[in-house]
Design a protein. Structure first.
Length: 240
């Protein structure tokens, strides 16, 4: 089982150590930190309490895109409802889905900053929301507690023998999808369909559509070929 835990903008170094310990308890060891305020730090090492090896091998990157560039499936943890509907998974079904997707490539669970959680822009990089059904009267979970819950469910799910599955074509990675979204946005703007002065939520809704479709690499290449043909038509360029 290789499920990447990604922490975005962690402000307290002790929480990073507590997350490392929660991960190691359940057999998870791949930790990626996106722009942590303090790391490495003695408080992180102290709270890791035997899981210093997880901290030692943790990667620090500058953006969420870097953390997910080779992933084809990512789940973002969120306790807040969103204006645009996201596919939402409880911890148990989320763990099962992550392990299923892991058969085809790298997958990740993304946790946001302690006080604010993930922004809509960061959730745009995720394929589903993870919500932990805590008591509505006291629903705020420490980030290490949230990681412990999903890592526990991952361990339970990994202990169930599942039939192996293999995709004929690998799913598109996060980096490949971001190139596609950038290409799509540019073509929509050039055609006049997307008003760049007032884009509203068009691109976010289109991201939701393609996340539901879950295109593989060949399908993304076909879509980008279609966009390139549209670009040539808009610019009156001859086809190659």
């Amino acid at each position: 089982m290789t499920v990447r835990i990604v922490l975005v903008g962690t402000t307290h170094p002790g929480n990073i150590g507590a997350v490392a310990r929660a991960m190691k308890n359940m057999g998870c060891n791949e930790l990626v930190l996106v722009s942590p305020r303090y790391f490495p730090h003695e408080q992180a090492s102290a709270r890791a309490s035997g899981a210093e090896d997880v901290l030692l091998h943790a990667r620090v990157v500058g953006t969420l895109d870097e953390a997910l560039t080779d992933c084809h499936f990512a789940v973002g943890a969120s306790a807040r409802s969103r204006a645009i509907e996201w596919p939402t998974l409880a911890p148990r079904e989320c763990a099962a889905r992550l392990l299923q997707e892991n058969e085809s490539g790298n997958v990740a669970v993304v946790m946001g900053p302690e006080k604010t959680g993930l922004s809509n822009e960061q959730l745009d990089r995720c394929h589903a929301l993870l919500t932990i059904p805590a008591d509505p009267g006291f629903s705020s979970l420490n980030i290490a507690m949230a990681v412990q819950v999903i890592c526990y469910e991952l361990r339970l799910a990994s202990m169930v023998q599942l039939p192996p599955g293999e995709a004929a074509v690998p799913p598109a990675t996060a980096a490949e999808m971001e190139y596609f979204y950038g290409h799509l946005e540019a073509v929509l703007a050039d055609s006049g369909f997307l008003d760049v002065e007032n884009p509203r939520t068009l691109m976010r809704r289109l991201r939701r559509l393609f996340i539901k479709a879950a295109p593989d690499r060949n399908e993304v290449n076909i879509l980008r070929g279609i966009l390139t043909a549209f670009e040539r038509s808009l610019r009156k360029e001859p086809a190659e």
